[in-house]
Design a binder for this molecule. Sequence first.
Ligand SMILES: NC(=O)c1ccc[n+]([C@@H]2O[C@H](COP(=O)([O-])OP(=O)(O)OC[C@H]3O[C@@H](n4cnc5c(N)ncnc54)[C@H](O)[C@@H]3O)[C@@H](O)[C@H]2O)c1
Length: 248
Amino acid sequence: MEGTSQEGRVAIVTGAARGIGLAIARRLAQDGVKVALADIDAQTAHSAAASLGEQATGVSLDVTNPESWDAAVGQVASRWGRVDILVNNAGIAGRSAPIWELVVEEWRDVINIDLTGVFLGCRTVLPRMIDRGYGRIVNVASIAGKEGNPNAVPYSAAKSGVIGLTKAVAKEVATKGILVNAVTPAVIATEILKQVSDEHIAYMTSKIPMGRVGQPEEVAELVRFLCSDELTFSTGAVFDISGGRATY
Ligand SMILES: NC(=O)c1ccc[n+]([C@@H]2O[C@H](COP(=O)([O-])OP(=O)(O)OC[C@H]3O[C@@H](n4cnc5c(N)ncnc54)[C@H](O)[C@@H]3O)[C@@H](O)[C@H]2O)c1
């Protein structure tokens, strides 16, 4: 698309094979951004990228693995010359259960993907962004990280961690042309909901004053703005997208 301020920017969106990540990738592509759809499900990421056209590419990435990050970012930088935008979106919900029924591996899996994955993503791209004096990073947290959802202790803890990480990293690069923000969606209609119980979905939906779940495209619209040149004076901020659920 011609003429948007984002024309020619280069973005990596993690967990973009489906769901919110795919909606974000599609929205960025509409603005003329070159987008790498990075996902552990590389095959689906490749076909999703093909559906977005020539300015999108699929990339294999396990967000928990530092070498995988180096390879993925290197691949995108060799193809398009740089990385302007990173959306740390990949995540899992984990099993719905009270803390005393969880085994430590279930805790570690959620923390590794949802929190360590964001740490590794920021750590990998920031030196390049600092060199170029430009960057936009958006971390997809969750209302669970603000409110704490019962039967989702690892997830709530990981997402709180993403909020703290966002605020801290943002200050480290605040004078370097790089803005780092987070979004906190409430329930959004995607496949992630298959991981949790119907009771848990009903609990989360009942907390939303607007009385409905959100759609991936609604999150994508907010993230698009946070990735853009139009965003100039917000960093270390947490943007609510919860149909009114957030109380702060
Ligand atoms: N859907 C919701 O209700 C909701 C609410 C708040 C926050 N979120 C957050 O939004 C983000 C996207 O969620 P979604 O609902 O689109 O989920 P989804 O399950 O539809 O998609 C998640 C994607 O992440 C990928 N992924 C998983 N582990 C990975 C890894 N180790 N490395 C790379 N990719 C990996 C999956 O393959 C999948 O394509 C997550 O961080 C989630 O916690 C979702």
